[in-house]
Design a protein around this ligand. Structure first.
Ligand code: ADP
Ligand code: MG
Length: 613
């Protein structure tokens, strides 16, 4: 309506919530709309729709109602326009009794008013019923998360059981082939780099995200003077052809790299020709520089290579390309990490990789490798590749979500420890719990196809939700919306999602910590005296020595909360007396630099120092 001064009033209202308590406030504000308007408002209230009311200056929305005294709370939103522009904007909440209005309006309106009051009561009853059901659903969700937290809990007592189980399984895996889920593979590496190495060395890494070629220049005294890396994607078609085609590609890439780096002069020097080869597939090693492929993974399927010596295949390809280089070490990622750790710090006795997958290795006494009697090494020790991702114990806190994840995986009943710890799986465990939350809460509609997709929530995204420190958890809302297609998630639900991320991450980090202490226990570096024949000695013996564990992998290096939980748990398990002796050190690129360092430490020797009698 436009008045004389060219003003126009626009009144709009919208319904937004019904409170849980009933108001009994009555205001003197006179009603400015007709009873029929109230009635239509009431209907609108039922449908939760905005409505436009009245010719007069203030009708609005029914917001709260009482059973005993029909009260309406009116939300008035007025915009005043002058010459087409908003001139004044007002918002106001007014409560008044419907019945009072009837009295004022006379008998004619009474019937309508009573009807309206009854309708209001009905609405209130419906809304209250809804609210009660919604509260019940919410508590169901909260209870489910509490149960999950309980099932995934890792009190220090349970962690100590995992420590003992790890040490005992290690012993069993060393005692006989197939004696444990831990393979405890011999690596034939007994000569770890110690920092004295010098010269130029190369490394190849096949089986990571990209194929990588590295060149490092060592200057003795623990110094790396130069470091070049080249990454190349492996052409898809080569992943399923013949070993000859595949290794020709590898050798040609290496040759081009060597030529580009201008090392032709060094090629004539013996040291310059040594190469470390990290081959991230299951391999049964037969010496420090040979091993047969057990099976392909990660999309590779070059059938003629299975059970062949991978170093021999590479060496032949290098010769075909006229490259006079010698594969001095066949390397597992975790062993490479141990090599880097040992290069910088001679007290490094174990290495752990926690990235997409997880694995660990450590330096064992050769005479403790019972399954290989008569193993002779120059140093009296040998690095053992545990393949700890496959560790299992009944003490691991397994939940229904872990069971489902395992059952739907490509390798059920395998890599049980890895499925609770590594970056490949943590995001997916959280996704599964969120699915359950949504099913129980029944407020977000059906599970979207995105949310139902395995691995759609990656661990870095999960970490981003966990690390969201904004007050309104903006990042959590964004990831839930964009990645999982869950919209308008209330703050209290977002908080619960963060809690789920915390439970999953905390469990993973603490279990990895228990695994690390298990290794220390096996070699007598946890302050309890280690184990003999599977039994713990149980007494603190001797003086505790400084002990370093090298840790590598994106989950550990890039996820601060994970790293903190892990360190905290190691200290908690070891106790105040022993913890200061155990140092976790972040290492970079065990699979690249570590392989080149192992080529260096194994290059000068003309014969293998490891013999199996
Ligand atoms: P790979 O294990 O393939 O050798 P990395 O050691 O770099 O590679 O680890 C990559 C893995 O680390 C990713 O798959 C991911 O799960 C995890 N990751 C990487 N960045 C983060 C991050 N910011 N937060 C949590 N996890 C991360
Ligand atoms: Mg890696």
């Amino acid at each position: 309506m436009v008045n004389k001064e060219g003003e126009r009033n626009e009144i709009k209202a919208s319904i937004y919530s019904f409170p849980k308590t009933f108001l009994s406030v009555q205001t003197p504000t006179p009603p400015l709309f007709s009873l029929s308007t109230i009635s239509s408002n009431t209907l609108s209230a039922l449908h939760h729709r905005p409505f436009f009311a009245g010719k007069h200056a203030s009708p609005a929305i029914i917001r709260r109602q009482s059973f005993t005294t029909p009260i309406v709370t009116v939300h008035i939103s007025t915009k005043r326009f002058k010459n087409g522009k908003i001139w004044q904007r007002r918002r106001k909440l007014v409560n008044y009794s419907v019945i009072e209005q009837y009295v004022k309006m006379g008998k004619l309106g009474l019937g309508l008013a009573v009807g309206c009051a009854v309708a209001s009561c009905a609405i209130a009853a419906v809304m209250v019923g809804r609210r009660v059901r919604s509260r019940r659903r919410w508590w169901r969700v909260v209870r489910a998360i509490d149960e999950f937290e309980e099932a995934a809990s890792t009190p220090v007592g349970r962690l100590k059981q995992v420590v003992d189980a790890m040490a005992v399984e290690m012993h069993a895996g060393l005692a006989s082939e197939g004696g444990s889920k831990l393979k405890m593979l011999l690596t034939f590496v007994d000569n770890l780099p110690d920092g004295s190495e010098s010269g130029i060395y190369y490394a190849l890494h096949v089986g990571g995200t990209n194929f990588r070629i590295l060149r490092i220049q060592l200057g003795g005294q623990r110094s790396i003077l130069g470091h070049d890396v080249e990454r190349k994607p492996i052409p898809q078609h080569l992943m399923t052809r013949t070993s000859e085609e595949f290794f020709d590609f590898v050798a040609l890439s290496l040759k081009e790299f060597v030529e580009r780096k201008g090392d032709n002069l060094q090629l004539s020097q013996v040291r310059g020709k040594d190469l470390g080869f990290t081959f991230s597939f299951p391999v049964k090693q037969t010496s420090v520089s040979s091993g047969t492929l057990i099976k392909w993974t990660k999309g590779f399927a070059i059938e003629d290579m299975v059970e062949k010596d991978v170093v021999e295949c590479l060496q032949k390809a290098l010769s075909r390309r006229g490259l006079d280089m010698n594969v001095a070490a066949l390397v597992n990622d975790s062993v490479g990490t141990l090599a880097v750790g040992h290069f910088y710090d001679k007290d490094t006795v174990a290495a752990v990789v926690i990235g997409t997958g997880t694995n660990a290795c450590y330096l064992e006494r050769a005479d403790a490798v019972i399954k290989c009697q008569g193993l002779l090494t120059t140093s009296g020790g040998m690095v053992i590749n545990m393949e700890w991702g496959n560790f299992w114990s009944s003490h691991l806190p397994r939940t229904s979500y872990d069971i489902d994840l395992d059952a739907e995986s490509q390798n059920p009943n395998e890599q049980g420890f890895e499925k609770m710890i590594s970056g490949m799986y943590l995001g997916d465990i959280v996704r599964r719990v969120i699915c359950k939350m949504l099913l129980l809460s029944d407020t977000f509609g059906p599970i979207s196809s995105k949310l139902a997709t395995r691995f759609v929530l990656s661990t870095p995204l999960m970490a981003a939700m966990h690390e969201d420190d904004s007050l309104d958890l903006r990042e959590v809302a964004k990831i839930l919306e964009e990645t999982l297609d869950i919209h308008d998630v209330p703050l209290k639900v977002r908080k619960l999602v963060v809690k789920v991320c915390d439970v999953v991450t905390r469990r993973a980090a603490r279990l990895a910590a228990a695994g690390i202490v298990g290794i220390l226990k096996k070699i007598g570096r946890d302050g309890t005296g280690g184990i003999t024949s599977g039994r713990t000695k149980g007494v603190k013996s001797g003086k505790m020595r400084r002990t370093v564990v090298a840790v590598e992998g994106g989950l550990y290096t890039s996820y601060t909360i994970f790293r903190e939980y892990l360190s905290e748990a190691v200290a908690e398990i070891l106790g105040d007396e022993i913890a200061p002796y155990v140092i976790l050190k972040v290492m970079e690129d065990g699979s690249g630099i570590g392989a080149a360092l192992l080529a260096a430490s194994n290059s000068a020797r003309s014969v293998d120092t490891v013999q199996v009698l």
